[in-house]
Structure formats: structure tokens, C-alpha cells
Design a protein around this ligand. Structure first.
Ligand SMILES: Nc1ncnc2c1ncn2[C@@H]1O[C@H](COP(=O)(O)OP(=O)(O)OP(=O)(O)O)[C@@H](O)[C@H]1O
Ligand SMILES: [Mg+2]
Length: 230
């Protein structure tokens, strides 16, 4: 059987308000395998971001388990969960989330420094990744001085610095024009095809979602469709 990287077992996420309760995820069971390129679509409020955050250990489910490479994460707490997340998961966000006053190089190596890797090793790896995402010529520029598409390339290099098992991307093209969107999706697909990087991305844009080789559709906190594309 193929290598299962992330498994969700009966994951439910509820947010409690004063009077009402929102069920953001409603008993979701799902497995993501090595090498997949997965699109998550669905209307606003259907739980896409919550699902991605739970998969990536940024948020905890109310019920159910998140299993990363066979390891149940429900008993892991505090610093250990942050360390596991830092080592195993690469995140890409709609708003890039670069630190504006740091250079491209500094932004890319930061997640590596946080988990205690050596600067020399990180800088070498960052250079290689920046070349692969086509932004090496901007290495000493500050994050704030780059275009949206350039910032997202840097964010992809940053997401890969710790050799994660998976990249989770929440609306990675949400702030980009259609030309830059295509370039970013082509880049992610190339990373998937040529380097075997597993990617799960969220997009409400049907053109972007068509990049997915497996397409999950969400509605009211549930996965209502899970389709593999031939
Ligand atoms: N921190 C929170 N506190 C309370 N409710 C929340 C919180 N985060 C999300 N929700 C609710 O959970 C549901 C799912 O939200 P989520 O952000 O996952 O949706 P989404 O599919 O990503 O939507 P969008 O396409 O607008 O980004 C929504 O009803 C939302 O209002
Ligand atoms: Mg969202």
C-alpha cells in the first residue's frame, strides 16, 4: 500500500460562541498519501481552512485524531507539537506571511533556525531552493520589496526548507492576478512531479482547483466529494 502521510480519524471541530456553536468540521476521516496533489474546494465557511489547520497541527480538533506518519498526535502537547509541525509541515498562505524587514534569505532559513538547524547548512539549502523557485536573484532583497508572485515563491522555498513531508497551502493564489496564479500553481505542480513533494491546497477558484490530481469538495464541514483525476 502507498505511504500514508497524514490520516484524520473522525475529526470534528466545534467553535463555541455565547449562545450558539459552529461545527466547522463534522466527523471527517481522510488519508493523504505520499506524492498526492490535492485540491480542496467548497463554499466560504465550509471548513476548508479549519481542515488544513487541523491537518497541519496549527489547530486541534475537538474530537478525533490526527495521525502523522503513523504517529497519533493527540497526546503531544506544547513545544513538542510545535517542533513536530516545524519538522514535518510546510505552510503557504494567501498573504505570504513573509517578515517584511528580513531579506529573502533570512525569511527562508528562519523555520530551520527555529528547529535548531545550522545556519551554514540552511543557507546552502536556501540557495538551492530559491534557484528552484526562480527567485535567487532577489536573495538579498527585503520581503516587503517584492511583488506578490515573488513573495509567494519565497514562501514556497521557506515552506520546503525543513524538508517537510507535505506542503499545506491555503488559497496560495488568492491575492494574485491570473498570470501569477498560473505561475505559482505550475511551480507547485513541478515540485510535486519532479521532486515528489506532496501538496494539499485550498482554492475557491475553479481554474486553480483544476490543478488538483485529487479533488476534495467540502460542504458544511464535511467532505462531500473525493475524486481522483486520471
Ligand atoms: N476561530 C473561530 N472561532 C469561531 N468560529 C470559527 C473560527 N474559525 C472558523 N470559524 C467558523 O468555522 C466555519 C468554517 O470556517 P473556515 O474558515 O474553515 O471556512 P473556509 O471554508 O476556509 O471559508 P473561506 O472560503 O471563507 O476561507 C465558519 O462557519 C467559521 O465562521
Ligand atoms: Mg478559508
Amino acid at each position: 500500500m502507498k505511504n500514508c502521510l497524514i490520516e484524520l480519524q473522525h475529526v470534528t471541530k466545534r467553535y463555541k460562541g455565547y449562545e450558539s456553536e459552529v461545527v466547522a468540521l463534522d466527523d471527517i476521516s481522510l488519508r493523504i498519501f505520499a506524492g498526492e496533489f490535492v485540491a480542496i474546494t467548497g463554499p466560504s465557511g465550509s471548513g476548508k481552512s479549519t481542515l488544513l489547520h487541523c491537518m497541519g497541527l496549527l489547530d486541534r480538533p475537538t474530537e478525533g485524531k490526527i495521525i502523522i506518519e503513523g504517529k497519533d498526535t493527540s497526546k503531544i502537547t506544547g513545544k513538542d507539537i510545535a517542533l513536530l509541525r516545524g519538522k514535518k509541515i510546510g505552510f503557504v498562505f494567501q498573504s505570504y506571511n513573509l517578515i517584511p524587514r528580513l531579506t529573502v534569505m533570512e525569511n527562508v532559513i528562519l523555520p530551520g533556525l527555529i528547529i535548531g538547524k545550522r545556519r551554514e547548512y540552511l543557507e546552502k539549502r536556501a540557495r538551492k531552493l530559491l534557484k528552484e523557485v526562480g527567485i535567487l536573484h532577489r536573495i538579498n532583497h527585503r520581503g516587503a520589496h517584492l511583488s506578490g508572485g515573488e513573495q509567494q515563491r519565497v514562501a514556497i522555498a521557506r515552506a520546503l526548507i525543513n524538508e517537510p513531508i507535505i506542503i499545506l497551502a491555503d488559497e496560495p493564489t488568492g491575492a494574485l492576478d491570473s498570470e501569477s496564479s498560473r505561475e505559482i500553481m505550475d511551480l507547485l505542480l513541478e515540485m510535486n512531479r519532479n521532486k515528489g513533494v506532496t501538496v494539499v491546497f485550498v482554492s475557491h477558484d475553479p481554474v486553480v482547483a483544476r490543478y488538483g490530481r485529487r479533488r476534495l469538495e467540502m460542504k458544511d464541514g464535511a467532505i462531500v466529494e473525493d475524486r481522483k483525476i486520471k
